[in-house]
Design a protein around this ligand. Structure first.
Ligand SMILES: *[C@@H]1O[C@H](CO)[C@@H](O)[C@H](O)[C@H]1NC(C)=O
Ligand SMILES: *[C@@H]1O[C@H](CO)[C@@H](O)[C@H](O)[C@H]1NC(C)=O
Ligand SMILES: *[C@@H]1O[C@H](CO)[C@@H](O)[C@H](O)[C@H]1NC(C)=O
Ligand SMILES: *[C@@H]1O[C@H](CO)[C@@H](O)[C@H](O)[C@H]1NC(C)=O
Length: 809
């Protein structure tokens, strides 16, 4: 066991030694000297100690012998007898770390030989400082080293011993380390650096400490060493972004390649641990098409087309990763700002594309929606319909507009509209768009068919072919399809008591009016018919027009002889007074023509006579006059054949025979019997009979009418005869008055007529005075058995106030 206090134990040893020397070393010498005494310094006086004179020593050749070859550190001064230091005495050299250090010499005296032991104890002085093996101690400590980690330090060395040896260590005060001083099993003290606070390379890359070792000498000596602690990097740092959040705005439509933002992250680590690369750590598929990141610089660039309307905000996460794989993330928010890049879009939400023309003004016919994808104030959209159309837009809710009519519509004027709707936003510059919507106006049956003319007149010659067209009417209806399809029809009516349809028919489609039968001018000359044009709408509209049909005359009727009555084989004989003078009216041929105008303009001519030159006939009057005075020599019986011819083209003619009897005496008449046979012209006669029958029939009808009227108006029995107008003059024999004024007989003309038939004589006598207003007619007809004709003769007996009417058959 090494004494704790070597200097103290040495001292004890030294005391003990001294006591021994004092007892038996009056031959031996012992000295104690500190080391490192100067050369020549006296250790002791050997002469004195020996009790000799100093001169004796030299005589006796005193000398110091060292054992072995050891260097003599002491010498004896023979003059003085002093033991002096010859060489530097370094205890540490001599004895190292031995606790006690003795130098032993022998003092040899000759004459007599004497041998004395000289022991010099070398005492340690603190002449050595503690020394570290190296001035600089280098440590490399990872910054990740835990607190409390120990790092043994080189021990310092002090050649001195005992108290002068190393007594302790101290460490310069610092933040990171403390010093723990320990003793090794061999008693050497050493220190350990204890990590007191974790290192941070990024904060301090190197820690320099001064380690001091001290000994226990006085004065105390110390030695130092510098500890260089290099803090080794542990990849303990994440890359750190310069901002916790990157929020940027980016105008839409930014070109590809435009830099959006640059993210930067720094990594405090060094080397590969500090090399940062960037990448997106979380990005939507859409955003990945739009943005790219430069792995090295951290620049985020536009790589697609940015459309605010698609997405107004992108959130990306960018990861910065160092070489060792430590990474951190940061959020990048990219707000896209809107640019007025979208024109308003006009959408037709609903549309009645067929608007009935009777739509009231103000009716909503469609809904228009205008959308502008741009936001902000830009979505305020103005919408209008330029041009002069009867439509306008009425904003209802937000960007919904209703299309309303502003005026009455008329398909017949404009049947479709191309409405241009323009919409413009209020961005700057404003964008606008337009849309054409097509509207058709659908038909309503609002127009009746209109005839092209206000009235129609048709002229048809009589005896037309049935089925021939009479005239054609046209009505127009501007409405559409069936609403404008016109059908024609005749308004049912009667013409002369016969349904119109038996006269005319109309082609419903073409409006061509056809005659159903042949017309007879003599039957009626004109009639009116209403044609209705009706469209096919529902309800239908119609209008009507009057068509006046005028039948034109054709010369289809031969003149008809009324007198003398040309019936059968009966004939009449005219009595001519024997004294008739030249120019006197003897008789008159009365003929009518059912035609009119020229066709009824008759001319008379004597085509054959017993005594030509005796009689003459008025060309137009039919009056037979004596051409010269009748003389006794003239034949009593005169026959005339008279031709009556109308003026038509071609003209028709009829002939009749007139028998004249020049006689004053009726008794001579029977002689005329034969004449009838002579002149019997059966054909002529049958014509006459037919004429007579028809005349009679008419007359009978007429009479019946009169009777009927009279029965109603008994008090005015004569009224019927008051005017010629009441009697169809053409059928009033014999008072025939030509309406055309080229009369062959004046109305006041009075005559007597005698009718003779066959062997019997029939008298047929008409009223004498037509103007008289009194008709006293005695009409008798004696039925002739030989004739096939059944005659009805009616006689009127009007005697003053008597209401008796007699009818005789
Ligand atoms: C326009 O719309 C308003 C309601 O939005 C309505 O009151 C008004 O009558 C409409 N005008 C026309 C002409 O339709
Ligand atoms: C509207 O446009 C259509 C087709 O472009 C055309 O046939 C029609 O005539 C136009 N209508 C008007 C009234 O311009
Ligand atoms: C005819 O007019 C009616 C209304 O009067 C209407 O309902 C119909 O659609 C029209 N017909 C055509 C073919 O336009
Ligand atoms: C014919 O038209 C007129 C007006 O034009 C009308 O008063 C009359 O009632 C119509 N007649 C018929 C039978 O439709």
């Amino acid at each position: 066991m090494i004494p704790k206090h070597p200097s103290y134990s040495n001292w004890i040893l030294w005391l003990a030694f001294s006591f021994i020397c004092l007892r038996h070393c009056h031959g031996d010498f012992s000295f104690t000297i500190p080391e490192e005494m100067k050369r020549g310094a006296v250790i002791g006086n050997l002469a004195k100690d020996l009790g000799l004179y100093a001169k004796t020593l030299s005589v006796r050749k005193a000398r110091i012998d060292s054992e072995g070859n050891r260097k003599r550190l002491c010498e004896i001064n023979l003059q003085t007898g002093d033991l002096v230091i010859a060489e530097r005495i370094d205890r540490e050299q001599l004895c190292g770390s031995k606790a006690s250090c003795f130098i032993k010499y022998e003092l040899v005296l000759e004459n007599p030989l004497e041998l004395h032991q000289v022991t010099i104890q070398v005492q340690d002085i603190n002449d050595n400082s503690p020394r570290f093996p190296k001035d600089e101690i280098h440590f490399e400590i990872r910054e990740s080293a835990d607190k409390g980690a120990r790092f043994p330090l080189d021990e310092a060395h002090d050649s001195d011993i005992g108290r002068n040896a190393i007594q302790g260590y101290s460490l310069e005060k610092n933040d990171y380390f403390t010093l723990s001083v320990l003793s090794s099993p061999d008693g050497v003290k050493y220190g350990e650096l204890v990590l007191d606070k974790e290192l941070d390379r990024e904060q301090q890359q190197e820690v320099t400490l001064l380690l001091t070792a001290v000994d226990g000498g006085a004065p105390q000596k110390s030695g130092t060493a510098t500890i260089h602690v290099t803090v080794l990097d542990a990849n303990d740092n994440l890359p750190v972004f310069s901002q916790p959040l990157y929020q940027v705005t980016l105008p839409e439509n930014s070109p590809s390649g435009a830099v959006v933002v640059r993210v930067t992250a720094t990594d405090a680590d060094e080397g590969a641990n500090g090399e940062v690369t960037y990448d997106f750590s979380r990005i939507s598929d859409e955003a990945s098409k739009l943005f790219s990141i430069d792995k090295l610089s951290g620049e985020i660039k536009v790589s697609g087309s940015i459309d605010f309307e698609e997405e107004s905000n992108y959130e990306l996460r960018v990861q910065a990763k160092d070489g060792a794989g430590l990474a951190s993330n940061v959020k990048v928010v990219i707000d896209i700002t809107d640019v007025n890049d979208n024109a308003p879009v006009i959408l037709v939400k609903s549309l009645n594309d067929r608007i009935p023309e009777n739509t009231e003004p103000g009716t909503e016919v469609g809904i228009i929606n205008v959308q502008d994808k741009d936001t902000g104030g830009k979505e305020q959209v103005r919408c209008a319909i330029p041009g002069n159309v009867p439509f306008k837009l009425n904003q209802s809710i937000k960007n919904y507009f209703s299309l309303v009519t502003t005026a009455a519509l008329d398909r017949e004027t404009i049947d479709n509209y191309n409405i241009t709707i323009t919409a413009s936003d209020d961005g700057s510059p404003p964008l606008s768009s337009s849309k054409i919507i097509h509207l058709s106006i659908s038909d309503v049956n609002d127009n009746p068919p209109i005839f092209e003319e206000q009235s129609y007149s048709a002229y048809v010659s009589e005896n037309n072919k049935p089925g021939s067209s009479v005239c054609s009417v046209t009505a127009r209806d501007p409405d559409w399809r069936q609403n404008g399809t016109v059908f024609y029809s005749l308004l049912p009516s009667e013409v002369n008591g016969v349904p119109l349809s038996s006269y005319l028919s109309i082609n419903g489609d073409t409006g061509v009016i056809h005659a159903v039968r042949a017309f007879d001018y003599e039957q009626f000359r004109s009639f009116k018919v209403q044609v209705v044009a009706r469209d096919n709408g529902s309800p239908p509209l119609s209008s009507n027009v009057t068509v006046s049909v005028f039948i034109t005359d054709e010369n289809d009727n031969s003149p008809q002889i009324l007198y003398p009555t040309p019936e059968g084989n009966s004939f009449m004989t005219e009595m001519v007074p024997k004294a008739a003078l030249s120019g006197s009216l003897l008789s008159k041929v009365i003929a009518v023509d059912a035609d009119s105008g020229q066709n009824a303009w008759l001319s008379y001519q004597i085509v054959k006579s017993t005594d030509p030159g005796l009689f003459t006939i008025g060309v137009h009057s039919g009056e037979i006059r004596a051409q010269r005075d009748i003389s006794e020599s003239d034949s009593m019986k005169q026959n005339l054949v008279i031709s009556v011819r109308d003026n038509g083209q071609p003209s028709l003619s009829t002939t009749c025979a007139v028998y004249l009897l020049i006689s004053d005496n009726l008794a001579e008449v029977p002689e005329l019997k034969d004449m009838s046979y002579e002149e019997n012209n059966s054909k002529l006669t049958s014509y006459l009979i037919i004429a007579l029958v028809s005349v009679s029939t008419f007359f009978l009808t007429f009479i019946i009418l009169i009777i009927a009227v009279r029965l109603c108006h008994r008090r005015k029995p004569r009224l019927l005869f008051d005017g010629a107008v009441a009697i169809p003059s053409a059928y009033l024999p014999p008072n025939y008055a030509d309406v055309d004024g080229n009369g062959t007989l004046r109305s006041c003309y009075n005559y007597d007529a005698y009718m003779t038939t066959g062997s019997r004589t029939s008298d047929f006598k008409f009223a004498r005075s037509y103007n008289d207003n009194t008709l006293v007619a005695g009409i008798t007809l004696k039925k002739s058995p030989t004739t096939a004709i059944e005659e009805n003769i009616i006689a009127f007996f009007d005697e003053g106030e008597s209401d008796e009417v007699g009818i005789y058959f």
